[in-house]
Design a protein around this ligand. Sequence first.
Ligand code: CP
Ligand code: NVA
Length: 298
Amino acid sequence: MSNFIDLKDLSRDQLLDLISLSLKWKKEAHPKFMADKQVVLIFEKPSLRTRVSFEVGINQLGGQSYLLNEKEMQLGERETIEDTANVLERYADMVIIRCFGHGQLIKYARASSVPVINALTDFSHPCQVLADLVTFIEHAHNFDNKKIAWFGDCNNVLQSWIEAAALLNFELNIACPEGIKPNAKTMSWAIERNKNISITHNPIQAADGANCIITDTWRSMGDTNPNPENIFVPFQVNNKIMKVADKKAIFMHCLPAYRDKEVSSEVLEGDYSVVFDEAENRLHAQKAIMHFCINRKF
Ligand code: CP
Ligand code: NVA
């Protein structure tokens, strides 16, 4: 068994295998490898895509899912995280967690004898970025000499994108306001592996010739950071940005999106946008992740 906590825990080949398996199961029938498996979902934050794609995936694979939402479960509140993990492992074959602190997720995973999946923390969102990589491959076919540009906040989704860039070696340009920075430790780890990961405060420069433009909300769930919204305004993805990107460039956003904030309505709803493919690919990617956790090897 294996946990799925962060992309950086994977080898390059494991990540490529996860992408291939997601694409395969998008097209072909998959084995019902979750038959009789019981899966608990602990969601301390709201979710549409992550929760529903996991639950539908578990059901399609023959398993059963049980949701504990934020009203029933706040990790470490009624009992220690370790006690919760040691109880749930007696009932369930896998636990999927969306929580605030990444440290809480790690604590849970260390105590658990059944696989734990990171369904988003304040730090990272690896399940999302696996689905994004799948979506990118559908459109661009490979990562060779490809350029991906991220706009706006340096948040959990970006964290997983940086880890993906380190493993897969594509160029990643991060366009963000001065004073907003990705995690320093992750950046030095990633740049050691891939010199083409860079930060700029110039959005046009970041977008120039890019094969994919990505953004996300300026304020993530539970973000108590007092950054005023206006610092992000120059980093809005709009037609001005898309026009300097490659002519076949795609626009991605994990959703939910805030129209005319981080992305203009015309880009979100325009021809460049693949946001609903991304959302669909969450389902195929979740199945590949659960297969990895149960079987470890492909
Ligand atoms: N993209 C994503 O994770 O969406 P939810 O918050 O709705 O799960
Ligand atoms: N960065 C966003 C992602 C939502 C799926 C958040 O954490 O709220």
